[in-house]
Ligand binder design. Structure first.
Ligand code: HAM
Length: 431
């Protein structure tokens, strides 16, 4: 069969709908964002936790909440070959809690501070910035109910975004109260909602999850909800003091925020402080990260009654936000040094040089396939290399290599045995 005929017979395969690929060169940006976020969390004392991509379905039903869209409509749930119901993780907090309880991490030093990253899965309607496989870097701080920890978490998310150069975002903040004040507020809200001419589905939502009704974006609903009672006005003295402490600390840290008492988070476990980072360059899917306290979650999952707070930062949306701001998180440099051997003997020598550079921790690549000087130099350019090592017949004769600085177009002859030391020195001057 000819190539053309085989193409006709088999339709070209594509990634599943709503699932992004990150291929070079854009993948360098993806990696840079993920690495910077993760490193920023490590620098604040968070330790890495690696968790399963799938869990028992009941974990999310109990942890995230049956009435949430995430659990009721968006989960990738299937029976495995042993007829157990498993689910691709739609978010990270429930899994972290499960692991903390299972491995008794909560019996040691508190708070337990953890950072994770990876893919999460939600069967949402795909659109710009809304994917079915999404990537997050998340942190959780478990076991201490201290407003200073809320402030740390929020400041950390802010630092993460700044670490990749993002600037055009804002922070929205509220308090959702806790077990002591929420039930009374919920009832008040329900009474208010029952007095409105709601459609059937909204009426049902008002009975199951009245807070979610506040998030209804329809203009006629927003109008009707203008007078709705707000949780922030019904906080207990304790919740209010906690919230005021958090905002005071954020003021001290110089972190700007707006209080949005109508914020509704899509997961049921939240209590007290809740926050979202919003970027205006993204259209409808403007949330680049969010989180909050979840003081009842551990007990809900069968563990001790310890508090917790954390966030999830959307890597995909951060990339879109960077693009909207015309910024790059990575240098775009694949390697620092690129070898250009001209001829068979030079190639043999260059393989050795490149190997030595790599062993010395210097990133290096070389031209393959007997390319001429022009073609090979193009390769160096595409790699974004800082230096090209040109090795031709004349260099071989003198036992040296031509080191070309590709930025200022300087060139130096360096003895073959001195290449690694020389390059190390040059890179030191560059950084
Ligand atoms: P979340 O708000 O559901 O929170 O998600 C966190 C972030 O993930 C969002 O702000 C957004 O940037 C990104 N994200 C969510 N869904 C999508 C999607 N379909 N496509 C692209 N990006 C998306 C959580 O997941 C909580 N576990 C965060 C947390 C940790 N709260 C406490 N600890």
């Amino acid at each position: 069969m000819t190539d053309k005929a085989s193409k006709k017979k088999f339709k070209a395969l594509q990634a599943p709908k709503g699932v992004p690929d990150y291929v070079p060169p854009a993948s360098a940006e993806f990696r840079a964002v993920k690495e910077r976020f993760t490193r920023t969390a490590h620098e604040a004392g968070y330790e890495h936790i690696e968790l399963p991509i799938f869990e028992e379905t009941s974990l999310f039903a109990r942890g995230v909440g049956e009435s949430t869209d995430v659990v009721s409509k968006e989960m990738y749930t299937f029976a495995d070959r042993g007829e157990r119901s498993v689910t691709l993780r739609p978010e990270g907090t429930a899994g972290v809690m499960r692991a903390v309880i299972q491995h008794n991490l909560d019996r040691g030093q508190l708070p337990v501070k953890l950072v994770y990253n990876g893919p999460f899965f939600r069967y949402e309607r795909p659109q710009a910035g809304r994917y079915r496989q999404l990537q997050q870097v998340g942190v959780e701080a478990i076991g201490v109910d201290d407003p200073a920890l809320d402030a740390e978490i929020i400041a950390l998310a802010d630092r993460c975004f700044r670490s990749v150069g993002l600037a055009g975002y804002r922070l929205e903040l509220t308090s959702l109260g806790d077990g002591s004040d929420r039930p009374a507020y919920r009832e008040k809200l329900q009474t208010f909602l029952r007095g409105l001419p709601l459609d059937e589905e909204t009426q049902r939502r008002a009975e199951i999850n009245p807070l979610r009704v506040l998030d209804d974006k329809r203009p006629e609903m927003q109008e009707m909800l203008a007078e709705a009672p707000l949780m922030l006005d019904h906080l207990s003295a304790e919740s209010r003091a906690h919230f005021e402490s958090v905002t005071g600390l954020l003021d001290d840290l110089g972190i700007a925020y707006t209080i949005n008492p109508r914020m509704v988070r899509g997961l049921d476990y939240y209590t007290k402080t809740c926050f979202e980072f919003v970027h205006d360059g993204l259209g409808a899917q403007s949330g680049i990260g969010g989180g909050g306290r979840y003081d009842g979650l551990m007990a809900q999952l069968g563990g001790q009654d310890l508090s917790g707070i954390g966030f999830g930062l959307g890597v995909d949306r951060t990339l879109l936000a960077l693009e909207a701001e015309g910024k790059k998180a990575s240098s775009g440099r694949r390697v620092d040094v690129y070898g250009v051997p001209l001829g068979a003997e030079a190639k043999r020598e260059m393989v050795r040089i490149v190997d030595h550079l790599r062993a010395a921790g210097i990133s290096a690549d070389m031209s393959y396939g007997d390319r001429g000087l022009k073609g090979a130099m193009k390769g160096a350019d595409r790699a974004g290399a800082l230096f090209a090592l040109v090795l031709g017949e004349s260099e071989l004769e003198t036992g040296s290599v031509a080191v070309k600085d590709l930025k200022d177009h300087d060139q130096q002859e360096v003895a073959l045995n001195d290449v690694v030391t020389h390059i190390r020195g040059c890179l030191g001057n560059h950084s």
